[in-house]
Design a protein around this ligand. Sequence first.
Ligand SMILES: Cc1ncc(COP(=O)(O)OP(=O)(O)O)c(N)n1
Ligand SMILES: Cc1nc(C(=O)O)sc1CCOP(=O)(O)O
Ligand SMILES: [Mg+2]
Length: 217
Amino acid sequence: MNKQPYKSDIRRKLRLYLVMGSINTAGHPVEVLQAAIRGGITMFQFREKGSGSLEGQAKYSLGKQLQQVCRERGIPFIVNDDVELALELEADGVHIGQEDGPISVIRRQIGIKLLGVSAHNVEEARLALEQGADYLGVGPMYVTRSKPDAREVQGPQVIQRIREAGIAVPLVGIGGIFAANASSVMQAGADGIAVVSAITQAAVVEEAARQLLAVTI
Ligand SMILES: Cc1ncc(COP(=O)(O)OP(=O)(O)O)c(N)n1
Ligand SMILES: Cc1nc(C(=O)O)sc1CCOP(=O)(O)O
Ligand SMILES: [Mg+2]
């Protein structure tokens, strides 16, 4: 039996990727996720990180609730950084960065689960692929307020360079993406966009997601 149903469909699922933890929203994360799904998000990452974020049982419990919402709607549920939690929850995948441990080791730990890896240049993209990444998160596209330790802005040009190097892996742009600048990311060769604040800080979450989806064609 194929235990990872989203693998063959990953490019399509990356179209509008919401990344969120409890500190990213003034609302309840479950309600924000439900509204974002109504608006059209296609993938979700539980990124419970930063000052004031949940830990231990509270983190597990919120992850479980968000995963349930995703399951009901056919949205891949990805856990950021925390491989142990991803295995415990039987998440669909894990997203790791360049500082989160050897990619090939995490690949072995998670088996056939989806593995997303952050890349900031062509070399990191190539190595991530060689070591088993299913998709890349490439950033920051623009200035972001959601990740204090983000690298220097790379702009959509880095995606263009990755494509020109012949790297056809499914990838999203991330960092400072809103409806007004998302099309430059898509035109550079991304399969989709990953956002935190464009959705979680929106006055009307469902409408914000709908507008972002419309510019990812
Ligand atoms: C889709 C996506 N792309 C990039 C990242 C960033 O991952 P990382 O560099 O490990 O930073 P943290 O998110 O862990 O702070 C991401 N989470 N998702
Ligand atoms: C989680 C994350 N990773 C980034 C990277 O560049 O790898 S930027 C980022 C935060 C994105 O948040 P917002 O959409 O609010 O700018
Ligand atoms: Mg990380």
